[in-house]
Design a protein around this ligand. Structure first.
Ligand SMILES: *Cc1c(COP(=O)(O)O)cnc(C)c1O
Length: 246
């Protein structure tokens, strides 16, 4: 495929994603403007990002710091700087660079990582917005804070709450909500219980820790974002439906 046609495809696919978002939002009696689209540009070139910017989207997700750094640098000449979200597991030795590069770190998955980010943010004189990644399914292969049995499992929940309280108290971090990745499935409806669990967890955290902003629920990808929107997602992370198969 010639580059020109694939870049045209990005504009077409992006328009289709916006259409799907609008339909899903209206079906859930929500405003489309209350849902942020993060275009997941991992594995794709800076020129793909340029094509998406030309088509009117400005927020991008990357899952590896070492891939994101040169990509972000290559795009410094854009008239309007895109926003970059970190959505992949972050090693603590990459935390400093992540603080420098990203506008939101969605994948904070341990107290130790949060403390490391807080330290770097302090040294860099920055305040870093974060989401806490929750492993809602408990799958061993997934990153994130685990919550086996949901908030009804009091012992496990008490442990999680104590860690979240410590993170919320870190002065250089600004907790904005939760993120999750449900198990892979062919049927988007199978993601619903996991999205619902994240929504319930957020509601409970908002009651218990009202001084923290629990605004954001980052959930839903190319195949299941409509379901996520119906379960109150405020951020969806969409790769393949915009950029094509990786
Ligand atoms: C790759 C990725 C996405 C996007 O997935 P698609 O299926 O391409 O839409 C979303 N979230 C995370 C954390 C990812 O790593």
């Amino acid at each position: 495929m010639k580059p020109d046609s694939s870049f045209q495809d990005i504009a077409t696919r992006l328009a289709h994603v916006h259409e799907r978002m609008t339909v899903a939002a209206h079906r859930a009696a929500r405003h489309p403007a209350d849902i942020m689209l993060v275009a997941v540009s991992k594995t794709h070139s800076p020129d793909h990002v340029r094509a998406a910017v030309a088509a009117g989207t400005y927020t991008f997700g990357e899952n590896r710091v070492q891939e994101a750094a040169p990509k972000i640098a290559a795009l410094h000449d854009l008239p309007r700087r895109p926003r970059w979200h970190m959505i992949g597991h972050l090693q603590r030795n990459k935390a400093r660079l992540a603080v420098e590069l990203f506008d939101l770190i969605q994948s904070v998955d341990s107290l130790r990582l949060a403390e490391t980010l807080n330290q770097h943010a302090h040294e860099l004189g920055r305040r870093v917005p974060i989401l806490l990644q929750i492993n809602v399914s408990g799958e061993a292969s997934k990153e994130g804070f685990v919550l086996p049995g949901g908030i009804a499992n009091h012992a496990a929940y008490a442990q999680l709450l104590s860690e979240i309280e410590q993170i919320a108290a870190l002065p250089q971090l600004e907790v904005r909500g939760l993120m999750t990745i449900p198990p892979l499935t062919d049927d988007p409806e199978e993601s619903r219980p996991y999205f619902r669990l994240l929504r319930e967890l957020r509601a409970d955290l908002a009651r218990r820790l009202p001084q923290t902003r629990w605004n954001d629920l980052s959930m839903g990808m190319s195949d299941d974002f409509e379901v996520a929107i119906s379960e109150e997602a405020t951020i969806i992370r969409v790769g393949r439906a915009i950029f094509g198969e990786r």
